[in-house]
Ligand binder design. Structure first.
Ligand code: UTP
Length: 290
């Protein structure tokens, strides 16, 4: 079983990130020196995924353009002998093959995945949510691919969240069959703290099989006419066909301002030319009480 394709939905409105996202897709907001979605594609590439299916909309074509050549810009960089920058810009266009499909109405993450059905075909595929960043020793999605490969089953990525955050997430009820690996028995969407079956929250990394499309097609639209991926995952769990893997590493939901800003600092601190200056500036800001 070889997984080569990854679906990356990027068609949402990003209302939590307004007004920044009025005209700029939230997946194109920079985290330090790269747009959010470039980190996602780098993670996919690091896991050996070669074909990226963007689920996009009419206002998001700059996402595909980012992974294409910009020959006019490359000419300028050549002429001005900025060879390192030239390489950086050029290499982004060579990372992966891009396939683009349209989600014509924003009817939720489940609907976005369904829009990729024809592009995915009959093989298992990865799904990486375009605004969720994961960093660790090993690409997050690769940790799931290894388990899907050995167990021949769909796998969802989870992270442990503090109890006051469980009500923001889909939370799993599962049996741990190996360290950090669970057979999922049920999923509860945004539970109250008192009703949460665990603190294991579903994050934007999945390995799915084509049977997910049947489940999605059979769902009746939920709140706001949306088709929820979680509801289709529930069906998988009901038939004992879903595993969860606790992803090791840092995770940032860039649709959340606190996570977004922390991600910027996390990356900037890794740049030696910036670190000392940045630490100094942050120290100066910390006593600030507003
Ligand atoms: P979110 O729920 O975080 O995105 O979806 P959103 O709806 O854009 O943002 P808010 O909540 O209004 O701020 C996670 C990912 O799924 C995509 C989004 O682009 C994002 O990358 N998505 C969401 C779609 O592609 N289509 C949809 O209908 C909804």
């Amino acid at each position: 079983m070889e997984i080569k394709k990854v679906v990356v939905p990027v068609a949402g409105w990003g209302t939590r990130s307004l007004p920044a996202t009025k005209n700029v897709p939230k997946e194109m907001l920079p985290v330090y020196n790269k747009p959010v979605v470039q980190y996602v594609v780098e993670e996919a590439q690091g896991a050996g995924l070669t074909d990226v299916v963007f689920v996009t909309n009419r206002n998001k074509t700059i996402i595909e353009d980012h992974f294409d050549y910009n020959l006019a810009l490359e000419d300028v960089l050549k002429r001005t002998n900025k060879m390192d920058t030239l390489k950086m810009v050029h290499d982004v266009a060579e990372m992966v093959n891009i396939i683009s499909v349209r989600q014509k109405r924003q009817l939720g993450l489940g609907h976005a995945v369904l829009c990729a059905k024809a592009a995915v075909g009959n093989d298992p595929f990865a799904l990486m949510v375009g605004d969720d960043l994961m960093f660790g020793m090993e690409p997050g999605i690769k940790q799931l691919m290894a388990v899907a490969h050995s167990e021949h089953m769909p796998v969802v990525g989870v992270v442990e969240v503090p109890s006051d955050k469980v009500s923001n997430y889909g939370i799993i009820r599962g049996d741990e069959f190996a360290p950090g690996m669970y057979r999922v028995r049920d999923l509860v969407e945004k539970p109250k703290v008192s009703e949460a079956p665990s603190r294991l929250a579903i994050v934007g990394r999945y390995i799915l099989f084509p049977d997910i499309f049947e489940h999605l097609e059979n769902l009746s639209p939920g709140h706001g006419g949306e088709i929820q991926l979680t509801d289709a995952m529930k069906e998988l769990a009901k038939s004992n066909r879903l595993l969860a893997v606790k992803i090791r590493g840092q995770r940032f939901d860039t649709g959340d301002w606190s996570d977004y800003l922390t991600a910027n600092i996390y990356f900037a601190l890794q740049d030696e030319t910036l670190r000392d200056d940045l630490v100094q500036r942050l120290k100066e800001l910390l006593p600030y009480k507003g």
